[in-house]
Design a protein around this ligand. Structure first.
Ligand SMILES: Nc1ncnc2c1ncn2[C@@H]1O[C@H](COP(=O)(O)OP(=O)(O)OP(=O)(O)O)[C@@H](O)[C@H]1O
Length: 354
């Protein structure tokens, strides 16, 4: 992964950005820094404030409170077109009566760019997204993926320092999503612009972004590189939102962490304020005869073959249902209804304080 240039400084700083819609607090004194040239993902569930934040950065909405600094200067009062920021809408928002070339030219025309300068820029932007030869088509003569490329070209032709992408892969089918994701990353590297992508898809965020912010109720629940967020979620919310991690409730004790619902003691580095632990399914192994801390007994309630592994749903002695990924190389998975003993390493127990 290329990652942002470590020498790059902050491009945009949101400071205590607050936005209310009536009684709804959409953004709650949110702080965020976007670094020059990075691929950043805003990840969150429905209503977490993702689109509101994007619209405020683009200038389509004004915060009730807080500052938005670009190169250190507040741009809250700067109109959208005067910001070196461009936004690609989920709906693409192409003009249906205009050709592809005219759609891409639109921003340049509005900015008064001379024709002689605009033409090569339009050609370059279309080439960048692989649409050379489509100049004269209308949006209704394009596939969904091609429309998206036109929308991208229309943004990139403005040479923004920051490109905002609202669910850029949302409208594409599964096959096209992966390819387009790689293409987005390549475009981001090629242009050197910072990309900020909004998504509710955790896999997409983890796969594409250099850094991810998980949003919850208008606040950032956790921010960091994908691997750090995935392996060390900071709270139950993040662990559950990222999907697949087992979250077990309990309390910190002298020996570690006692979970009645697991019927197990988790030994490891457990701070006193721990209220739950996260444990990833692929870190749990079958260990016949294992006893003591970091082991548990249960019964296999169901099993689903997933190609590389089999996902086991194991009902633990304490009542909790544990997801266990049983790798193919570890041999045949246990039968449904069979009793199993599970074990894991202390290093894989992630304490959660909230
Ligand atoms: N124009 C508006 N008027 C009233 N409430 C709004 C408006 N826009 C957003 N909200 C509310 O603000 C909160 C945040 O909305 P926002 O659209 O930013 O969420 P989101 O994370 O983008 O969600 P989704 O993934 O569903 O698009 C929600 O509770 C939403 O109902």
């Amino acid at each position: 992964m290329a990652g942002p240039n470590p020498a790059s400084g902050p491009l945009l700083r949101a400071e205590a950005i607050t936005k209310r819609f009536g009684a709804t607090l959409a953004l709650d004194a949110l702080d965020l820094t976007i670094i020059e040239g990075e691929f950043f993902a805003l990840l969150g569930g429905s209503g977490s404030g993702k689109s509101t934040l994007l619209r405020i950065i683009a200038g389509f909405d004004t915060p009730d409170d807080g500052r938005l600094l670009l190169d250190g200067a507040d741009i809250v009062a700067t109109p959208p077109w005067a910001r070196p920021i461009n936004m690609m809408f989920q709906s693409y928002a192409l003009f249906p009566h205009m050709s592809v070339a005219d759609n891409v030219a639109y921003g340049l025309r509005r900015a008064g760019t001379p024709r002689a300068e605009a033409a090569p820029r339009i050609a370059a932007a279309l080439a960048m997204v692989g649409l050379t030869g489509f100049e004269r088509r209308r949006p209704h003569e394009l596939s969904g993926g091609q429309k998206q490329r036109v929308a991208l070209a229309r943004s990139l032709v403005m040479r923004p320092r920051l490109l905002l992408l609202d669910e850029p892969l949302g409208a594409l089918d599964a096959g096209l999503r992966e390819r387009t994701g790689f293409e987005l990353r390549a475009l981001q590297r090629e242009t050197g612009a910072a990309f900020v992508m909004v998504t509710h898809d955790q896999e997409e965020a983890l796969a594409l972004a250099d850094r991810v912010a998980v949003l919850e109720g208008g606040r950032i629940a956790q921010l960091g590189p994908p691997r750090a967020i995935y392996e060390r979620p900071a709270s139950r919310f993040v662990a559950r939102f990222l999907g697949a991690a087992n979250v077990l409730e309990g309390r910190a004790v002298a020996a570690g962490f006692d979970s009645t619902e697991a019927g197990a003691t988790f030994a490891g580095v457990i701070p006193a304020d721990t209220v739950a632990v996260a444990l990833r399914p692929e870190r749990i192994r079958l260990a016949a005869n294992a006893t003591g801390p970091n082991t548990a007994r249960g019964v296999v309630e169901d099993a689903a073959f997933r190609g590389d592994d089999t996902l086991l749903l194991v009902r633990l002695a304490g009542g909790a249902l544990l997801r266990v990924a049983h790798a193919e190389e570890d041999g045949a998975p246990p039968e449904r209804g069979g009793g199993v003993t599970l074990a894991w390493d202390a290093a894989d127990v992630v304490p959660l304080a909230s």
